[in-house]
Design a protein around this ligand. Structure first.
Ligand SMILES: [Fe+2]
Length: 280
């Protein structure tokens, strides 16, 4: 196994690995250590069955099942195992086989609206469009480390209200109630700065901008500070942008990264299989 860090603040490519075969303990712990160190690993050229993806993901931790509201059409490349969430714009008889369509997904970390959000996400590319749909990752350790002292100090004790109602492409989840403004958001509250339990490094943890608010702060002030933090932490210098190839498996650490996705041509097919991993 070879691990080559990207020319970016985070992320590394792993070559010489076939995840359709069961990794021995030694290789798995090397891979896990590299994942903690680089936060995002790209493992190209994989040919995985649904079961192989689930079995590999389960070595990272317990899998979070998609909510019942995420039920989609079956077939045409969508996954059939319940542990796999299909992310796709493909439709069968007018019903999508997966989530997020072909839209742009704004910066976020996965499911931060839960009290205990998934630690990892694994995304495996089955079909991709010719262009578009790149996924960018931003390093929330680096963002925090390089923050100007004044802004960093204003973050010290703040807690952020996260919102569960909308997806990363801004659509209302099935069964969720519309949120008029950020004061109506329903979801978990997390500190803006958290210590990663495995690396013991501090990272910025903002979830997503939409409908976020800072606890015990007047809304206008909260909006201003959130805008300032978000425009700082999404700067190019903190980002690795991934251009997908079929067979890429990307695994990222939701505790210290955020990600976004470009839109793509609605006439083209994109099918990704994803697992969400909870702490062991
Ligand atoms: Fe996501």
């Amino acid at each position: 196994m070879n691990i080559t860090p990207f020319d970016a603040p985070l992320g590394a490519k792993v070559s010489g690995l076939d995840l359709s075969l069961t990794l021995d303990e030694h290789s798995f712990s090397d891979l896990y250590a590299a994942w903690l160190e680089h936060s995002v690993l790209v493992i190209p050229d994989q040919s995985l069955t649904e079961l192989a993806l689930v079995e590999f993901s389960q070595r990272l931790g317990q899998l979070e099942l998609p909510p019942a509201s995420e039920t989609r059409a079956r077939g045409d490349g969508g996954a059939s195992l319940p542990e796999i969430w299909t992310i796709s714009n493909v439709k069968v008889d007018g019903v999508a086989i997966g989530g997020l369509g072909n839209f742009e997904a704004d910066w976020h970390t996965d499911m931060s609206y839960l009290e205990t959000p998934p630690i990892a996400s694994v995304l495996y590319a089955r079909e991709i469009p010719e262009v578009g749909a790149n996924t960018s990752f931003a390093d929330m350790y680096a963002a925090l480390d390089s923050m100007p002292a004044g802004l960093r100090q204003r973050l010290s004790d703040i807690r952020v209200q996260h919102d569960s109602a909308y997806t990363s492409v801004g659509t209302l989840r099935d069964g969720a109630t519309k949120v008029g403004d950020a004061s109506e958001a329903v979801g978990a509250i997390h500190p803006a700065v958290r210590t990663h339990p495995e690396t013991n490094r501090q990272a910025l943890y903002m979830g997503r901008r939409l409908n976020a608010s800072i606890q015990n702060m007047p809304m206008e002030q909260s909006e201003g500070l959130l805008d300032e933090i978000w425009s700082f932490c999404t700067q190019r210098q903190f980002v690795y942008e991934h251009v997908w190839q079929i067979g890429d498996l990307v695994m990222w650490d939701n505790r210290c990264t955020i990600h976004r996705r470009d839109a793509f041509d609605s006439e083209q097919r994109r099918i990704m299989w994803r697992t969400q991993v909870n702490a062991r």
